[in-house]
Design a protein. Structure first.
Length: 106
């Protein structure tokens, strides 16, 4: 598990691409947003109850995405403050801009 000491300050840390690219569906159907989240701290739901498409575009994940884009990692999933984000990579400035543009049209 990544240590808090390795987490970057918000000013130098990009949004985690995992929040956009890698839904992790467990055998029992639970969905988390992080490949390192073995204890499902960032669980957003279960595909046996809610379709993955609805979870992946739902209120919780969109709120966490906005927090990441704004550098408020403590306001996103509980695991995000302890993550080093490098496993999923950082979201590029171009993708951040595209996501913001899509959010503003919604």
């Amino acid at each position: 598990m990544p240590s808090a000491a390795r987490a970057l300050p918000a000013a130098t840390r990009p949004p985690c691409a995992g929040l956009w690219d890698t839904p992790m569906v467990q055998v029992n159907g639970d969905v988390t947003v992080c490949c390192l989240d073995e204890h499902l701290e960032n669980k957003i739901g279960n595909v046996n109850v809610t379709p993955l498409a609805d979870l992946w575009t739902g209120e919780v994940i969109e709120r966490w995405r906005r927090a990441h884009v704004e550098g408020r990692f403590a306001d996103s999933g509980p695991y995000c403050t302890r993550c080093n984000w490098r496993s999923a990579g950082g979201l590029s400035p171009e993708r951040v801009a595209a996501w913001r543009a899509g959010v503003s049209r919604a």
